[in-house]
Design a protein around this ligand. Structure first.
Ligand SMILES: [Zn+2]
Length: 574
């Protein structure tokens, strides 16, 4: 908020953040962000549009809102009087401006709310206009971008304003069904009925720096609880930490982020509209793994002692998921949060490109230093991490983007909190959902493939494994402690568990072994990234033309085989 200093007139304004006196033209050039302290001034809808869309591309929706005062509401002033004053004060017909435009030459429909107009409140006309924008997006087959700023529902319209939450939400649902991207940009403030509907039920939720969002406002919460609120409550950083938003974006980067998101969505739409060519012969990707050719690869790989491999797989210098995202992939846009209350640092995911192809990448993140490892919980995902991964997998499938997972975890988080939040069910849901996910999935075990936590990201059409990675039902130490019973017997347990890549290729659990640079990935991370990239491409490309139903059927067959493991073992053993 910037209060205009009266004596300086229109030329100057005083920053609400740092009280600097700012030349208005300079402030505007800086997108109304204070150059001194970074305070993001609230924007009127027309100015917001000017900042976001390609110049001259905006076409307002032709529909005008009907005159409404559905319940003849009167407080100290009549609702009609307040409406007229808002119109005169803003030059707008309602608290939202809707239309179509291009952003980075990509078409979309937009609805931008304006807080100056009766606090951006959600009434029947606002609901109708946003719904029309969503319907226009559906008709044109383009994404919908919503920029929210609202105190909540418009009480002057009674329960009819409440109903707008459902009206707009079902329009968002129609876009979801059609696989069209919906993005909301939360700006300050976004509360109440808007927060609890289309501000947060979209595919991707961005929060502009300085935005606050919540269902109940701080004043109400203080009244109800009688307690002081924590520092930074409901701020963008708070929302990110609590899994409510995908990212916090400063105003100058907002347009660029939208361009990247729209580009990924467009790539998915194009891929989906490509006529699928059902193949006569099963694609190489679908060959039964029991007769997998990797036996040849496995035989060629130098036989290593299993315990030595375990130590290599755990080496702190080994490239992590973020390292691969930086080296083997391009243009990573990280998406955060499970939308339920957490953002697990042990799982990272988001949109990226591989050799120019848009996809979703999800992986466990460890770290190289003790500090990094602790901050990432050693790559052990919480239920929030599994739910974030699930959300991103489903988003990818809806948008028509393939999924690549990078697995590197000692196992799922075994803590008390994880149990309280349903760790078992979270893993279970991922395994089930991946088995029917209607988009290509390639999993790569890059380091440690530990137990159920690993499988939660590894039910895939193709499962690849780096040469010195391991994949196991239990850690060798854990196995030794139970069965020998002596933790010191871990090396023997490692050998007995058949957890190396060549062993797992023979068992058909893994389809392809990815050779590492000699002696191991951490000695030449760039070469390791190249090998991973080539292996993923070689395994992913044949899947892209397979119709989703066929893909899912083959994936289920792939894992169905393990129910008759004896036959698989015999076929693969020699
Ligand atoms: Zn300032």
């Amino acid at each position: 908020m910037t209060a205009t200093a009266p004596r300086e007139g229109e030329l100057w304004s005083r920053c609400a953040g740092c009280a600097s006196l700012l030349y208005r033209k300079r402030l505007r050039r800086n997108l109304d962000v204070c150059p001194e302290c970074g305070e993001h001034t609230r924007l009127a809808a027309p100015e917001r549009l000017r900042q976001l869309v390609d110049p001259g591309s905006f076409t307002p929706l032709p529909d005008r809102p009907a005159e409404v005062d559905p319940i003849d509401f009167v407080d100290v002033l009549s609702y009609r009087h307040r409406l007229s004053a808002a119109r005169a004060g803003t030059g707008l017909a309602e608290a939202v401006v809707c239309g179509t435009a291009t952003i980075g030459h990509q078409r979309c429909a937009l609805a931008v709310m304006d807080f100056r107009f009766l606090g951006g409140s959600l009434g029947a006309a606002v609901g109708e206009l946003i719904t029309l924008a969503a319907e226009r997006a559906l008709e044109d087959g383009v994404p919908l971008v919503l920029v929210t700023a609202s105190g909540g529902a418009r009480m002057q319209e009674g329960a009819l304003s409440l109903m707008q939450m459902a009206t707009v939400s079902q329009a968002v649902a129609a876009l979801r069904e059609a696989g069209l991207l919906t993005v909301s940009v939360l700006t300050d403030p976004t509360y109440g009925g808007v927060a609890a509907s289309f501000a947060t039920n979209t595919d991707v939720v961005l929060a502009e720096t300085g935005a606050r969002m919540g269902f109940a406002g701080p004043r109400v919460i203080r009244q109800v609880t009688g307690r002081a609120l924590p520092e930074g409550f409901q701020t963008a950083a708070f929302l990110l930490r609590h899994g409510q938003v995908d990212m916090v974006v400063p105003r100058h980067a907002l347009r660029g982020r939208l361009v990247a998101l729209l580009a990924a969505a467009r790539a998915g739409r194009r891929a989906r509209s490509r006529p699928a060519v059902p193949r006569q012969e099963p694609a190489p990707a679908a060959r039964p793994a029991a007769v997998a050719t990797p036996r040849a690869v496995a035989a060629a790989a130098a036989p290593a002692d299993a315990w030595q491999t375990v130590r290599l797989a755990r080496h702190p210098g080994r490239p992590t998921t973020l390292d691969y995202l930086d080296s083997a992939f391009e243009g990573f846009v990280e998406l955060h949060g499970d939308r339920l209350g957490g953002d697990c640092p042990a799982v990272v995911g988001g949109l990226a490109r591989l050799d120019g192809r848009h996809l979703m990448v999800i992986g466990h993140q460890k770290g190289h230093t003790t500090g990094e490892l602790v901050a990432r919980n050693f790559g052990m995902a919480s239920p929030a991490g599994h739910r974030k991964a699930l959300r991103l997998m489903r988003l990818a499938a809806r948008l028509g983007l393939p999924v690549v997972t990078l697995v590197d975890t000692p196992g799922a988080d075994p803590g008390v909190g994880a149990e309280e939040q349903g760790q078992a069910a979270a893993i279970a849901e991922n395994i089930l959902s991946l088995s029917v996910l209607p988009t290509p999935v390639v999993a790569v075990i890059t380091g440690e493939g530990g137990s159920g936590g690993a499988l939660a990201l590894a039910v895939a059409d193709r499962v690849l494994m780096l040469q010195h990675a391991v994949y196991s039902v239990i850690s060798p130490e854990g196995c030794a402690a139970i069965l020998w019973p002596d933790r010191g017997a871990a090396p023997q347990a490692a050998r007995a568990l058949r957890l190396t890549a060549p062993d797992l290729c023979r068992l058909g659990v893994v389809d392809d072994l990815v050779a590492e640079p000699v002696p191991a990935a951490h000695h030449d991370p760039e070469a390791a990234a190249r090998a991973l990239r080539e292996a993923v491409l070689a395994n992913l490309l044949p899947l892209l033309d397979v119709p989703p139903a066929t893909l899912v059927r083959r994936r289920r067959q792939r894992f169905r085989r393990f129910g008759a493991a004896r036959a698989g073992l015999r076929a693969g053993a020699r």
